[in-house]
Each structure stands twice: as C-alpha cells, then as structure tokens.
Design a protein. Structure first.
Ligand code: 1CP
Length: 355
C-alpha cells in the first residue's frame, strides 16, 4: 500500500474541492535554470541518458522540491520518448533541440507506423515513475504526462522543432487522411502510455498540446482536440482509491476553452494570453484552471513578481479550482531566487481567497 499523501492540496484544487491556499508548481520546474540539474545532466552524459536512468531521473525530479515548497512533482522525462519508442530515432545534439533520424515523410513510412508495446519500449519511464513515488514518500503528488497526439505528430513529421509547422500543416490540407492515420496511432499509444504511468504510480496526468494553437479554427477541433478527447475517454481515472485528474493544455488555445472543457478532462492549462477571471466565467464549474503567469515575468524584480502574483490571484477570485503555474515552461536563464519569490507569494497572498 502506498504511503498516504502529506500534501494533497494540488489534487483537491484539481477536483475543485476546498483548499487552505492556492497550490503551485511550475512547468519545467526541473531543468536548466537549476545548477544542480546541469550537474546531474553532465553526469548522465546526455539528456536521453538522464531520462533513461531511474536514479538520475528521480534525483532531478526532486531537485526543485528541495529548493521551493512546491505542491506537486512532475515526472522527469520528455514527450518525445513516445515517437522514439515508435522507431523514429530521437537524439538531442548538444546546444540544439531534439532531432529524429527517421521523420515521417512518405506514405509508406506513415502506413507502417504502429502502436508500440509501451511495456517493453518505455519501461524505463514507468520504472522512473515508481522510483520517484518511492522517493517522494507521500510529500506531494506526482504528475505523469504525455504530448498530445497532434503535438507529437508535429515533431514526427517535421523531424525537429519548427517555426511554422509548414510540413505538418501542408499534409493536413493536402493529405488529411495520412495525418488522421498518424493521429489515430498516436492517440492509442498515448492511452497505453498514460495508463501505464498510472499503474506505476502517477497521481494526476497532464497532456501537453504545445502546438495545437498553431492550427486554424475548425482544424484545431478536428486534428488536435478530437484526439485529446479520445485519449481522455480511454484513461484510467481512479487509482489507489482516489480520482486521477487529467489536465489538458493547449498553448495558444484561449479561444477554445469551452470546447476543451467539454472533453471530460478535470482541468485546463492556460497560457498568459487569457484573462483568468473571464476564463473562469467561460468554463463555469466544469473544470479547474491551471497556469497563466507569463514565464518571462520571472526575469523581473521581486516586487514586480509579487504584484503579478497578486493580480492573477485577484483575477481568479475567491474559491477553489485554481492551480497556480506558469503559462509555459520556465526559461533557462530564470534566477532561482525569483522562483522562491513566486512560490512564497502564491502561498502567502492566496490564503485570503480561501477563507
Ligand atoms: O538540454 C537539456 O537538458 C534538455 C532540456 C529539456 C528538459 C529539461 C528537454 C528537451 N526536455 C526537458 C524535460 C521535460 N520536457 C519535462 C519534464 C521536466 C519538468 O517539467 O520539470 C516535460 C514535462 C517536458 C515536456 C516537453 N518536451 C514539451 C511540452 C511542454 C512544453 O514545454 O511545451 C515539449 C514541446 C517538449 C519537447 C522538447 N524537449 C526538449 C526541448 C528543448 C523541447 C522543445 C523543442 C522545440 O520544439 O524546439
């Protein structure tokens, strides 16, 4: 039997239950802005080695929790381990972004794409989940995650990050049936992958749709949202006698919050372009909201950071259902003292909103 949670404020806020303060965690909270992360990464030799070693992945997952009183931990891994398990050949060249040796560029390769056996290809991720849960010893809940079927397809088709996503979008307009085939395989894989993370001990799940916001109105619903909805419908929603909440995050998805809330997820991640109060009114009591703080504001002075925290807490207003987070990942040049200011101001200033 797993250890009882000592701090479940994050899980309760996701379920829109009363909490004593607004919980906070940060997208990419384990990462390059921390010198101890850079040291462990150097010890691992490469980013992928770091992901594949359960001891080192556990160590870096816990690093931000040693510095800041965060209310959740997130599995240290990457969304791109999934296409790697499908045989696309992931590598991270030093100082560059991710690259695939075999991107999906022709119909033959696309038709051959199949759901991998996650139990053999991605066992290292599930081993990391179990190891992190053990090390956390009930301190805070552990979030498991995956990329959305569409965001994974962007990397699988482009072969790397991209500014315009023109290869994937050209396929969308010229050969939609090919893109639908990739998305179908991705959705089935993501369901297996996330359910196995829950079996290994993940207590909440987040789906990162980082590039869904690049799609045209209508195309977002057809090529990204519909597949996230399928994923949500296929997930185990209870483990260890408790709900496993699911958070959907489409960066740039502010216009589509009502559609996202209707997928059956428990919470939406929002970037900094939305007004949190207006977003809350739009989704009503359907889902909780997470995010909204502009990560670049963490480069500003402590007083400006505190003022911005106060503004976002006031924008959400009283009551539960808010999880404080950034609107996207933390930048690598962020001063760690500013992260302390952020986390401490959220805890301090949010109490009056939960009386
Ligand atoms: O050089 C390094 O040390 C690697 C930097 C790095 C890190 C720290 C990468 C490469 N991935 C990660 C970890 C990571 N990635 C986590 C776990 C850590 C945590 O949150 O604390 C998570 C949840 C991700 C998710 C991820 N990877 C997303 C979705 C979220 C988001 O930020 O939008 C995406 C799009 C990726 C792809 C990726 N992995 C790494 C890079 C540099 C990128 C972006 C590539 C690009 O499009 O340019």
């Amino acid at each position: 039997m797993a250890t009882a949670l000592k701090n479940d404020v994050f899980l309760r806020a996701l379920m829109r239950e009363p909490v004593p303060y607004t919980p906070v965690w940060l997208m990419r909270q384990a990462g390059r802005y921390l010198p101890e992360y850079r040291a462990t990464r150097a010890q691992a030799g490469s980013f992928l080695n770091l992901c594949k070693s359960k001891e080192l992945a556990t160590e870096v997952t816990l690093q931000p929790l040693e510095r800041f009183p965060l209310d959740a931990a997130i599995l240290f891994s990457d969304i791109l381990t999934v296409p790697d398990a499908m045989g696309l050949g992931l590598s991270f060249a030093e100082g560059e972004g991710p690259r695939f040796a075999h991107p999906l560029r022709d119909e033959t390769a696309i038709r051959k794409l199949a759901v991998p056996d996650v139990g053999s290809e991605l066992q290292y991720v599930f081993d990391a989940v179990s190891s992190i849960r053990k090390a956390l010893d009930g301190r805070v809940p552990l979030i498991g995650f995956s990329g959305s079927p569409f965001t994974l397809a962007c990397y699988m088709i482009e072969g790397s990050g991209s500014d315009s996503y023109s290869t994937v979008k050209t396929m969308l307009y010229d050969r939609p049936e090919l893109l639908h085939h990739i998305l179908d395989v991705n959705a089935r894989t993501v369901i297996d992958y996330l359910n196995a993370q829950v079996d290994a001990g993940a207590q909440a799940l987040m789906i990162f749709d980082t590039w869904g916001g690049a799609l045209a109105a209508g195309k977002y619903q057809e090529f990204s949202l519909a597949y996230m909805q399928r994923v949500v419908a296929g997930l185990k929603r209870e483990a260890e006698g408790r709900r496993v909440p699911v958070i959907l995050f489409t960066k740039g998805g502010g216009l589509w919050l009502e559609d996202m809330a209707a997928t059956g997820c428990d919470a939406l991640g929002v970037d900094w372009t939305v007004d949190l109060g207006a977003a809350r009114q739009r989704v009503g009591s359907q889902v909780a909201l997470q995010g909204n703080f502009d990560p670049v504001a963490l480069m500003a002075s402590p007083s400006a950071i505190e003022a911005e925290v106060a503004r976002l807490l006031a924008a959400y207003g009283t009551g539960t259902g808010h999880i404080f987070n950034l609107g996207h990942g933390i930048g690598q040049f962020t001063p760690s003292d500013n992260v302390s200011v952020l986390v401490e101001s959220v805890h301090k200033l949010s109490k009056t909103y939960h009386l």
